[in-house]
Design a binder for this molecule. Structure first.
Ligand SMILES: O=P(O)(O)OC[C@H]1O[C@](O)(CO)[C@@H](O)[C@@H]1O
Length: 534
């Protein structure tokens, strides 16, 4: 089924449609006109529109990757680990999940999760993906794998041969790759930003090495690319609807996969980054809310537009349904996000507030963690700083955890949202994700869930740059065995804690309500939280 958008119950105002049509936005976007988002965005847009050409310009990778995969398989290297954050890992994750092909994605600093990825080394090849080449998470993971291969007895040349690197030309990582003798280095198109990079080497290299037919993804995208200059193309309609709905107050976009239709899996996590980082700025934006299913709590709130991927039947209005194969979905949503940016009057290609938490993290790594004493310890949960949320709450009551969560829910502003941010192991502590629906069932407001530090490269931009209407639940957890980051003055556990503290500071500096809960025993603490919400 081709890329189609079915809209139910959302009207694009005539003036918006006629303005964009009169301005010839569809054709100008298709021919990469960098002036579409205003003079301030022009210089960035001029170097960020290469994604429109990818269905053809990425073709040369297909054969090259097939050969590399064959070589790796012949050497018994059939387990692919991808280290990369945000746009450098979310696309391959959804590509491989959809194709049913195993790919280990490491986009965390959680010591337990990093250690768990460093198994089966005798058959492992590691893809290190970073556009900038300076992302601390990815750099730390690369160092850990290099050391682990060396410890397993591989010599320097053999260690290098276990790495495939994807980065921009001239990045620090391209130099590191040469120095370590990486088996292959793919220099990605520098005119494509991270979250628009699904069909560049960032999306294709790990996916192809894991065994996906990436040529088919490009074929599917190409079919849509041919329509993008026409004003009646479906991706243009999607962008108009997203932008117009947000401008009318439906500025939460609830995303759910459906097993009917295309069978695309995990698309919401990729789209979340695209939409949140692209639109959440200057006090405006669209907040993506990734749902467990089309009927999960939060799908029908009065400030929410429900979008289903993989069906042509939108459920109860207002909602939309988007059909089409994965390659076309990537291109269609990228194009739609750029159009929505035009409707909302923002630059969809920068991420001005992401650096803030990164800078706080480095400062904390240099100066040490702030000394924060728990306000109370209830079972396996330490209740820590709260920006005033807990004033007057009796934490010594037998249901102190429930009272604290109630107080946080009460602090969510009208038309605001609650963001759950879990700096935990998304495999071993997977049940923490159930907190989203449990909390959403208790409020009429949107509730999002993100694994830290991954969300810092996604909704993290919206939290800081979007409307200041969020309340925040940060969950951190005790570390079993910490892991050193080779040749760096910190451990993974220290980095993870500094990232959490850095983000707390960024939110506290904005006066946002934030409840920090630290789990002294992760499984018990998650169980206690879910029980408090039951
Ligand atoms: O590929 P890099 O440079 O490591 O960056 C990873 C991610 O971090 C961000 O730059 C900022 O959060 C994302 O846009 C990007 O996808």
């Amino acid at each position: 089924m081709s890329f189609e958008v079915h809209v139910e119950g959302i009207e694009v105002p005539d003036d918006v449609r006629s303005r964009l049509t009169a301005d010839d936005v569809a054709a100008r976007l298709a021919r990469k006109d960098a002036t579409l988002w205003g003079p301030e965005a022009e210089s960035e847009a001029a170097i960020r529109l290469g994604w429109l050409d990818l269905p053809t310009s990425s073709r040369s990778l297909v054969e090259q990757l097939a050969q590399l995969r064959e070589q790796l398989q012949a050497e018994g290297l059939d387990r692919v680990v991808l280290c990369g954050m945000g746009g450098s890992s979310l696309a391959p994750e959804v590509i491989c999940r959809t194709a049913g092909v195993p790919l280990v994605v490491l986009d965390t600093t959680d010591p337990g999760q990093v250690a768990a990825a460093m198994t089966d080394l005798e058959r492992t090849v590691v893809v290190i993906s970073s556009k900038s080449g300076g992302t601390v998470e990815t750099d730390s993971q690369r160092r850990a794998f290099q050391a682990a291969f060396a410890e397993a007895g591989l010599d320097e040349g053999q260690v290098g041969a276990r790495f495939v690197v994807v980065t921009d030309p001239d990045s620090p990582l391209s130099e590191t790759a040469a120095a370590m003798g990486a088996r292959a280095v793919f220099l990605a198109d520098p005119t494509v930003g991270g979250r628009y990079s699904a069909l560049t080497a960032f999306g294709l290299v790990p996916s192809a090495l894991a065994g996906v037919d990436v040529g088919a993804l490009l074929d599917d995208a190409e079919e849509l690319a041919e329509q993008l200059a026409q004003p009646d193309n479906p991706a243009f309609e999607l962008g108009l609807v997203l932008g117009a709905a947000a401008a009318q107050g439906r500025d939460k976009l609830a995303l759910a996969d459906t097993q009917r239709g295309s069978g695309i899996e995990g698309f919401g996590d990729w789209a979340e980054q695209l939409v949140a980082e692209s639109t959440g700025k200057e006090g405006r934006g669209i907040l993506p809310v990734v749902l467990e299913s089309a009927t999960a709590p939060g799908s029908a709130a009065d400030d929410t537009l429900l979008a289903l991927v993989g069906t042509d039947a939108p459920p109860a209005a207002p909602s939309l349904a988007v059909t089409g194969p994965l390659g076309a979905q990537f291109l269609g949503w990228e194009y739609a996000t750029a159009v929505a940016g035009r409707v909302l009057g923002i630059n969809p290609f920068d991420q001005p507030n992401v650096t803030e938490s990164k800078e706080n993290t480095s400062a904390i790594l240099d100066a040490g963690l702030p000394d924060e004493q728990p306000l109370a310890t209830i079972g396996a949960i330490e209740v820590r700083g709260s920006g005033g949320v807990l004033d007057g709450v009796d934490l010594s009551a037998h249901d102190g955890v429930a009272l604290a969560l109630d107080a946080l829910l009460a602090a969510v502003p009208d038309r605001g949202y609650l963001a759950v941010m879990a700096y935990l192991d998304r495999l071993a502590d997977a049940s923490a994700a159930d907190l989203r629906s449990a909390l959403a069932a208790r409020t009429a407001r949107a509730v999002t869930f993100g694994w830290g530090p991954r969300f810092l490269h996604s909704t993290g931009q919206y939290h800081k740059g979007g409307p200041q209407a969020g309340a925040f639940l940060q969950v951190t957890g005790a570390i079993g065995t910490d892991l050193p980051v080779p040749e760096r003055p910190f451990t993974f556990g220290g980095l993870q804690a500094a990232q959490a503290a850095g983000d707390r500071k960024a939110l506290a500096d904005r006066g946002r309500p934030l409840l920090h809960l630290h789990l002294t025993d992760r499984a018990a603490g998650i169980g206690q939280l879910l029980a408090a919400l039951a």
